[in-house]
Design a protein around this ligand. Structure first.
Ligand code: DON
Length: 301
């Protein structure tokens, strides 16, 4: 496995230069594009990695899977009154469908959906950003994980699109809390810094019927399969179909260049390289996951 990861790294690194580091969040635009890491954590506790698998990066939208998990634990099926379960076919930060679909976002992974989930978690916790941080630390088994204030402040400063979505949902009656407070918390956890090893371990519960690498039952086996279903259909936004075709696994990307993918009953994987393609997903990361699934014959389809 180590040799395979090394050769995937070599191939994927050749693509660096063809994408573009996210620059709509100015603090993220400063990241060195010439980086690549990959880590795999298997259900029997083996860790494999290559490249800069222990370099921290901004997890961004990957955090939406953590917040969804927290919401499912508390709200169960009732939450689906407020957010859908369908792919949007639109970019992650699009406002278009929200207006004609009465403020109900298509799914929990586009920004509008993640903001509704944050609003739900805001109603439940006295200190939602610490609740999220502690949850993420527990899942990763790393008590040192922190959020980068430069990044979250930068996101807050340039929040117009996200704020527009949240206020539009408020106008439709689908937002309970103060919009600015929810935005602050959402940006806080998007700005969490983790590495490929942390993320592969943190998402091991999705590969292991809801049981984390420390033996904790995070979700039921049924809920775990449901989250994986949503990841497979919407985790990569308007590129979910392409990801299913090329990689064939449930996955979630972030504009920090990370992508996590789940091989149910076997492994969780995290790959990272900061340059993105047009849909906001890591260009080298997609190629690496495609090579991995091809060489080992992994696909859920
Ligand atoms: O709200 C945003 O735009 C960012 N904090 C997260 C977007 C993101 O990571 C989209 N994923 N590829």
């Amino acid at each position: 496995m180590d040799d395979l990861l090394k050769s995937i790294e070599c191939q994927a690194r050749k693509l660096i230069g063809q994408g573009k580091v996210a620059d709509y969040i100015p603090a993220l635009a400063k990241v060195d594009p010439n980086q690549f890491g990959i880590a795999i954590y298997s259900n029997d506790g083996q860790l494999y990695h290559a490249g800069q698998a222990r370099t921290n990066f901004s997890i961004q939208s990957i955090s939406k899977v953590f917040s969804l998990t927290l919401a499912i634990k508390h709200y169960g099926d009732g939450m689906w009154q407020r957010v859908g379960r369908e792919p949007s076919g639109n970019p992650f930060n699009s406002l278009a469908q929200l207006e004609y679909e009465a403020g109900i976002p298509r799914n929990p992974f586009i920004n509008a959906g993640a903001l509704v989930i944050s609003d739900m978690n805001q109603s439940r916790f006295a200190s939602p950003h610490y609740a999220m941080r502690e949850f993420i630390r527990r899942l990763a088994g790393n008590a040192n994980l922190l959020s980068d204030q430069n990044v979250s402040n930068s996101e807050y400063e340039f929040r117009s699109r996200n704020a527009s979505m949240a206020y539009l949902m408020k106008a439709f009656g689908n937002f309970d809390n103060d919009v600015e407070a929810v935005l602050r918390n959402y940006f806080y956890y998007c700005a969490m810094r983790m590495n490929c090893v942390d993320l592969a371990k943190a998402f091991s519960f999705l590969a292991n019927k809801g049981v984390s690498h420390t033996g904790e039952q995070i979700l039921t086996a049924r809920e775990t399969a449901q989250v994986n279903g949503l990841l497979a259909t919407s985790g990569l936004y308007d590129e979910a179909g392409n990801f299913a075709y090329r990689v064939g696994l449930p996955g979630k990307s972030g504009v920090g260049g990370g992508i996590i993918a789940i091989v149910p009953n076997r492994f969780s994987v995290c790959v990272w390289s900061p340059e993105l393609n047009k849909s906001g997903n890591s260009l080298a990361g997609m190629a690496a996951l495609e090579a991995l699934s091809e060489s080992i014959g992994w696909s859920v389809f």
